[in-house]
Write a protein that binds this ligand. Structure first.
Ligand code: GDP
Ligand code: IMO
Ligand code: MG
Length: 433
């Protein structure tokens, strides 16, 4: 009987989850996504080629492994089809080793319009959503009116679709918009709807299963499973920087509801963070840098969104937020990404605590979105050296090892893996995992 390991982001997303899932996949039999949807953009690089995945788990490049889209995930059929076709053009046949939960919820074209309408209506207080329909689709799930993947196998699916679409139109109209107020990915609603309906036939070609039984049977027979998170703990619906969050449980607890595994089944939890911090979209970001250091992080780290292309906001690593994430997730192993991006810095700052209304705290505050937070930093010497090609921890520059050790001590968790480039092979194992 195996446990299920978990890999998830500890910050505001884009920590480098895709790369590390791909790196760890050889150790597992099954890779399973448990939440989120096409708002995610997970990048993998090997053999000089970059791949970006949105809905499909990052184990897909390993032919002999199974990949599961769990019940907690949202599927947008047009984006799903495009993703599968893009993989096919690169010689990857995802039809045979991809399984889909019949309880995964669907994103409708009108969910995408609703997302755009809600955001436009909010004006300057908008979330900065990826406009993939995530919030509206999860809203329908909780409202118990959603359309699930299994529903498309029933004859009456078009009636279910039309009913849901009508409810969305009522909402959009109430905000002063209509079906033609927004385009979806550059085309009209009518055109997109036709594509969407056709894509359902494509989706039906996949193995649509009771994935909670399938996965528990796999664990019972000793199969090794890795759950792949999307977004990050600071975007979690309950514990993130509310209301500037996504609409799912991005933390370890979400693995249980998003895949149907019991809490006692959770094994190792790999928590991923950058050696600094980024955020895309609106919302609080206490350590954000508006100076040349921020620009240097963006330029060196190529910090532009994998899904939307938007420039990411950049800042120093934030330990109150990270310690909060580790507590919520039960992180057993830390994975530090993008250390190479700090190569050119002579000084690296670490936020240890926040000062809020003259009080000093290392706790993530309730009013994170409205408080005036001053980050309190300690400084570390930079290594000012190119670290590419180094593949043993002991050979890393001593200033870099001091930085890593400081993070371990301050967070009370061992760093297991260090990443030094986007490529699969530039990954250093500090601990045996
Ligand atoms: P994810 O959403 O967590 O999978 O992360 P993204 O793919 O959205 O963003 C991470 C970006 O950083 C991608 O462009 C990766 O190719 C890149 N990346 C990952 N690890 C490293 C690293 O160690 N160094 C550098 N320079 N880039 C990295
Ligand atoms: P990965 O999996 C970074 C952000 C959006 C927005 C907020 C809500 O690649 O790390 P949504 O579309 O979910 O309603 O947007 O969350 N966001 C992400 N930021 N990485 C992601 O995914 C994100 N998914 C959503 O920018 O601020
Ligand atoms: Mg991403």
């Amino acid at each position: 009987m195996s446990k299920i390991d978990v890999l998830l982001g500890l910050q505001w997303g884009d920590e480098g989850k895709g790369k590390i899932v791909d790196v760890l996949t050889p150790k597992y039999d099954i890779i399973a996504r448990f939440q989120g949807g096409p708002n995610a953009g997970h990048t993998l690089e090997f053999d000089g080629i970059k791949h970006v995945l949105h809905i499909i788990p990052s184990g897909i490049f390993h032919k002999e492994k199974s990949n599961l889209i769990g019940n907690g995930v949202l599927i947008e059929p047009v984006i799903f089809k495009q993703e599968i076709e893009s993989l096919k053009s690169k010689g990857i046949d995802a039809v045979t080793n991809l399984l889909i939960s019949n309880k995964a919820n669907l994103i409708l074209p009108t969910h995408r319009l609703t997302d755009a309408a809600n955001e436009t209506y909010k004006g300057s207080s908008k979330i900065g959503s990826t406009l993939k329909g995530i919030g509206p689709a999860y809203t329908d799930k909780v409202a118990r009116i959603a359309m699930r993947v299994g529903d498309i196998l029933n004859d009456n699916y078009k009636q279910v679709y039309d009913k849901l679409k009508a409810s969305h139109i009522r909402h959009i109209t109430s905000l002063g918009f209509n079906l033609n107020s927004f385009q979806i990915d550059g085309i009209s609603f009518e055109e997109y709807e036709q594509l969407w309906l056709k894509s359902l036939d494509f989706l039906k070609k996949f193995r649509i299963i009771d994935s909670e039984y399938w996965l528990n049977d796999a664990l019972n027979s000793g199969k090794k499973v890795l759950a792949e998170g999307a977004q990050g703990a600071m975007l979690d619906i309950d514990f993130g920087s509310y209301p500037f969050v996504t609409s799912s449980s991005t933390i370890t607890a979400g693995v249980c509801t998003g895949l149907g595994v019991a809490p006692s089944r959770i094994g190792n939890v790999f928590g991923i963070c950058k050696a600094y911090c980024t955020r895309v979209g609106s919302g609080p970001f206490p350590t954000e840098l508006f100076d040349e250091n921020g620009s240097l992080l963006r330029e060196k780290g190529k910090e532009y969104g994998s899904t939307t292309g938007r420039p990411r906001r950049c800042g120093w690593i934030d330990l109150p937020a990270l310690k909060y994430s580790c507590m919520l997730n039960g992180v057993t192993h830390l994975v530090i990404m993008k250390t190479d991006v700090l190569n050119d810095f002579s000084q690296i700052n670490v936020c240890d605590k926040y000062e809020i209304n003259k009080n000093i705290t290392d706790k993530f505050p309730f009013n994170i979105s409205t408080e005036d937070i001053k980050p309190l930093y300690s400084s570390y010497q930079g290594w000012k050296q190119d670290i590419k090609g180094i593949n043993e921890y002991s050979k890393l520059p001593s200033a870099m090892k001091q930085y890593i050790t400081a993070l371990e001590e301050k967070m009370g968790i061992k760093v297991a893996v260090i990443s030094t480039s986007p490529d699969r092979k530039d990954t250093i194992y500090k601990e045996n995992i």
